[in-house]
Write a protein that binds this ligand. Structure first.
Ligand code: G1P
Length: 296
């Protein structure tokens, strides 16, 4: 019987070069979608899935992330005095959300190396991993993206990755898999390879940034040889699990945005604004007006 997944790890040490120049002084996890930093969406997804403890793996110049989740007594006192209950609730929301822990990756050596820093936090427990660039929207009442993976892990007892179909043009951006279907939304992964060229793809099924793994992943990462680029790929560690028939893919339901890509980041802003009851009507009216003007 697999154990319940109550812990999550969020690697957040990257430089965010795709968003220069803003990322010279604002870390990419703080870039807002409408009014919330992308990291808040990730934390909320984990909490909605039943995760209780979250470790954020940061790096230099990321102190702002800790501050964001901290108490803000001066602000809260002011809002309370002024009777601004609605804003007070927003301010306090993050403080109460989950138990958050932070650790710094000493050198920017990539995703697999960052995960090694989680060992004292997870101990022998299974844990979820959520990459900050991937935002998954699921409608109210639906199981969140990482929750669907947790269910798959708890049902199969096997480490699980999120799978999504992509176009040929996007194949080189993601880990790519060869798998056998296990049911409507699950597959047994036989091969997984990091960012192949289109001509080398196994399929159009890509792995996006949600995973549930067990504590043996640490030894596997340590045993995995570095890629020709000098970095140990997390995907290569997952390949060791696939080889043993221990890796499952979960074709999650929900809409995923790559918040690390400027176009999709803008799309996410537009679509989340349209889902915000306070903005939806006026923003929609503006978009329709703009669309008409663009059509000329
Ligand atoms: C990372 C992983 C890759 C995965 C992708 C999902 O790549 O290395 O296997 O498919 O996230 O978003 P990155 O986007 O950090 O280059």
């Amino acid at each position: 019987m697999s154990r319940k997944v109550k812990k999550a790890v969020i690697p957040a040490a990257g430089f965010g070069t795709r968003f220069l120049p803003i990322t010279k002084s604002v870390c990419k996890e703080m870039l807002p979608i409408v009014d919330k930093p992308t990291l808040q969406y990730i934390v909320e997804e984990a909490v909605a899935a039943g995760i209780e403890d979250i470790l954020v793996i940061t790096g230099r110049n990321k102190k702002i992330l800790e501050d964001f989740f901290d108490y803000t007594p001066e602000l809260d006192d002011l809002l309370e005095k002024e009777g601004k209950e609605e804003f007070l609730a927003i301010s306090r929301r993050m403080e109460k959300m989950a138990n958050l822990y932070f650790v710094r990756q000493k050198h920017p050596c990539g995703f697999a190396d960052a995960i090694l820093y989680a060992k004292p936090f997870t101990g022998d427990d299974p844990f979820a991993i959520l990459l900050g660039d991937d935002i998954i929207y699921t409608p109210e009442g639906k199981r969140p993206g990482i929750g669907q993976l947790v269910d798959c892990y708890e049902a199969t007892g096997k480490p699980t990755v999120a799978v999504m179909e992509v176009s040929d043009a996007d194949i080189p951006k993601y880990a790519n898999i060869r798998a056998t279907q296990l049911g409507e939304r699950r597959c047994a992964i036989e091969r997984i390879v990091e960012k192949p060229a289109v001509k080398d793809k196994f399929s159009n099924d890509a792995v996006i940034g949600r995973y549930v793994v067990e504590s043996d992943i640490y030894d596997i990462i340590r045993r995995t040889p570095p890629s020709p680029k000098g970095e140990v790929y997390f995907t290569d560690a997952l390949q060791a699990l696939a080889r043993e028939g221990r890796l499952v893919g979960c074709k999650f339901e929900g809409k995923r945005y790559d918040a690390g890509n400027k176009l999709e980041y803008l799309q996410a802003n537009v679509e989340f604004a349209l889902r915000d009851p306070a903005l939806a009507d006026s923003f929609r009216a503006y978009l329709l007006e703009l669309a008409a003007a663009l059509r000329g």
